[in-house]
Design a protein around this ligand. Structure first.
Ligand SMILES: [Zn+2]
Ligand SMILES: [Zn+2]
Length: 175
């Protein structure tokens, strides 16, 4: 079992981390040691903003996160700004295989698409994306089964995924 630590960058509501910890502890108690929450918010990297795209580069956020994750733990951070990486218009999340991961919140919010707010749906999307990136953190690639490790191109893909690993992925996780 690996230690898992949840982080958030400045301007992310901290209660989301508490809710996330509760959901992860409930659903994945056999996979992780009890999830911990990092006591401080991480600073938004100054060099990350691209003023032409009005989005933030993901890599500087990963760099800061990597510097704060203790040895023998994996870190997953929520980021409350719109992230991108080269060649992609945006990303819902990113993770380094066997390392740490990020999930970007803005595009998971119904209000981003001018839809009425829906906290249940918003949290479900955060949970799905977090469980997906954690899969990568724990060494999983993408999966074609009915599985949280399916690749999401659009929010509709995210909404159609189950919030759990398929048996094949789970078996790999438990090795
Ligand atoms: Zn992925
Ligand atoms: Zn799978």
């Amino acid at each position: 079992m690996v230690g898992l630590r949840l982080f958030a960058f400045t301007n992310t509501p901290r209660n989301l981390l508490v809710e996330l910890k509760r959901a992860l502890d409930g659903q994945f108690s056999g996979l992780f040691k009890p999830v911990s929450i990092h006591p401080d918010l991480l600073p938004i990297p100054e060099d990350a903003y691209d003023s032409q795209r009005r989005q933030y580069k993901a890599q500087p956020f990963l760099k800061i996160l990597n510097a704060h994750v203790p040895p023998n733990e994996h870190g997953l951070s929520l980021v409350n700004v719109d992230l991108f990486v080269l060649k992609l218009n945006f990303i819902f999340g990113i993770a380094q295989l066997g390392g740490n991961g990020l999930v970007a919140l803005p595009r998971l919010r119904p209000s981003f698409y001018k839809l009425p707010s829906n906290k249940t749906l918003y949290f479900r999307r955060i949970f799905i994306e977090v469980v997906h990136e954690l899969g990568h953190v724990l060494g999983l690639g993408h999966c074609d089964n009915y599985c949280v490790m399916r690749f999401s191109n659009t929010l509709a893909d995210t909404d159609q995924k189950p919030a759990k690993y398929c048996d094949t992925c789970l078996a790999k996780l438990l090795i």
